[in-house]
Write a protein that binds this ligand. Structure first.
Ligand code: CA
Length: 222
């Protein structure tokens, strides 16, 4: 199952980092979201094979994230919670979580649980992850983007940024929404500007699709 994509939703960076390290060591690809809104964005943009979802999150909590995901998707969800008394509700029919992990946990235990759920969910067919905006085509399975058929030379962070924007063409994303963690991520809003500038330079004939929305952030013109 190497190469499958896991979305970690966790607001405590230390815990998220440890989980990411263990999952990557096992060959998984990992995306990280620190709050519920970002989780839904990354879920739409990256279409992961499994979501590891913390219950207590700032803003939109884990229950609401699960509810919104379940409206359209059967992607496996493993809930992470410190509340023993919540477990029945989480895994029951009500929310449709596939399994749960109790905090505090050992990262090894989480990885084992993720693998078990993925094995069980073998029948879950992930929709292909393609976004097309004008002449721009993004293929997250092949992890590449093309403009009018010409392959673009993008870094992984640039590709994820482009995929996030392309998941909702026309929507203006605030810089704060485009921040991401991880080693090649964007640490602050000024870094987002720098990455967008570099990204635009590499988009070739598609550069004019990437628009700056004054006072807000960026969007892809539909
Ligand atoms: Ca939390």
């Amino acid at each position: 199952m190497a190469g499958e994509r896991i979305l970690i939703v966790e607001d405590e960076p230390r815990i998220a980092e440890v989980l990411e390290r263990y999952l990557r060591a096992d060959g998984f690809r990992v995306e990280r979201a620190g709050d519920g809104h970002r989780a839904l964005e990354l879920w739409r943009a990256a279409n992961p094979d499994l979501i590891l979802l913390d219950l207590m999150l700032p803003g939109l909590d884990g229950l609401e994230v699960a509810r919104q995901v379940r409206r359209t998707s059967s992607v496996p969800i493993v809930m992470v919670t410190a509340k023993v008394e919540e477990v029945d509700r989480l895994v029951g029919l009500e929310l449709g979580a596939d399994d749960y992990v109790l905090k505090p946990f050992s990262p090894r235990e989480v990885v084992a649980r993720v693998k078990a759920v993925l094995r069980r969910a073998g029948g879950h067919v992930r929709a292909p992850v393609h976004h097309t905006v004008g002449a721009l085509a993004i293929d997250l399975d092949a992890f590449e983007a093309r403009c009018g058929g010409t392959r673009l030379d993008l870094s992984p962070a640039q590709l994820r940024l482009l995929a996030t924007l392309a998941a909702e063409p026309g929507r203006a994303f605030r810089r704060a929404e485009l921040l991401e963690g991880g080693t090649d991520g964007f640490a602050d809003e000024r870094t987002v500007d720098a990455h967008v500038k570099n990204l635009r330079r590499r988009l070739g004939d598609c550069a004019d699709l990437l628009e700056t929305v004054r006072g807000v952030g960026y969007r892809l013109r539909p």
